[in-house]
Design a protein around this ligand. Sequence first.
Ligand SMILES: [Zn+2]
Length: 473
Amino acid sequence: MRKITYMMGLLVACGLFSQDKAALKFAKTITGEDLKGHLSILASDEYEGRETGKKGQKMAAEYIANHFETLGLEAPVEGSYFQKFNLSESAIGSVYFRKGEDRKIGFEDFVYYSSAETRGEEYVTIVKAKEDKESYDGNYVLFESEQLSGLQEKSQLASEAGAAGVIVILKDDAEFESFITRYGPYLKRPSLKSKARDNEATKLVIADMKLAEWIYGKPLDEVSAGETSQIIFNADYLDKPIATENVLGYLEGTELPDEVLVVTSHYDHVGIIDGEIHNGADDDGSGTVSVLEIAEAFVEAAKKKKGPKRSILFMTVTGEEKGLLGSKYYTDDNPIFPLENTVANLNIDMIGRVDDAHAKNPKYIYLIGSDKLSTELHELSEKVNKTYTNLELDYTYNDENDPNRFYYRSDHYNFAKNNVPIIFYFNGTHEDYHKPTDTVEKIAFEIMEKRAQLVFYTAWEIANRKERLKVDK
Ligand SMILES: [Zn+2]
């Protein structure tokens, strides 16, 4: 009996690190209370949901930079904590067809679905689709269609045949009605992109039989294939640059300063929609305040001569909700520290809530991506958890076949695509996801503290281990 117990003890010990007293000591500085203090500010109504380019986002950037400065982190962007850059906002302007004084209006009578504009009114020739595509050149090809599916292919084929535009006429009025109701408002909304919009795209119009009849002046079944009609078309875009910024704080390593671990979260959220502030307490206020606290723990350690051997970059990024744009700017356009020297990225996006699947056992966290590029990283992460935090590490969303595809849906992906090993920490979705009800009162700070500590311990091991993590996949 004793022997068996002893053997078991030994077996368990093989899967563990011995606890590092310094790590334990500084992890304790990450508290639910401190996390709550920061989050109660960043996710308050005053910050207006932190939409990229808006006042609330700028306020959040200031708050984070002030915290980094107070801690004494280095400002790594030529002496600044802000990595500033421009995004391009495009809003659809006036879109219509015109015959004399008679107009058909975009998003009322038809939907315009293209990033290209006409640059003022343009005379266009509309040609009803036929097999022989010579007549398409420079014209707008009009197709009839039972349904929306296959629309991309049609438009692709037409543009390859030289068409300037494509008009898809949905035969079923109800199908068109449901399309315009569902997608119209979304397509009309201004969109933010990292690059200017593509003005060479095919101009795509989706409409119903009424519009076709109006264009030709007779029912569409009386129009023969190849028959043309001339009409005026106008589609304008209003473009403007939107200035935004990632916020970076840097702690130099004591022994291997050129090797950098990057800890990220996104501090932007979706702002005000239909007059309602979306506070984004969990998404991703929770990750952002965790980064603030983890940074503080490492700074405290450094003050006591327990600074990390490798350097750590604490980076809260902007533009995530608009398409991972802040992290993309960092990795694709301006990595302040070369990606070849970036040993790993730990990304925290939503760690403050408990999802339905874990209501009975909230001591869990979903891990995504830990085993994708580096076996060592995955093993390290597992061992750290067993040694220090003992959370249930749930890999449900790490499955390649998971339809949610979360691996591609937060900022770590921009590092992973550059072969930097990553771990994405995530609490799963819940009923308040991207709703005005994602608020501070609903955050489970006790469990969030444990999760933030797990990230801290994992960072501690990565930054202090002897060998750099190997990329083997
Ligand atoms: Zn998020």
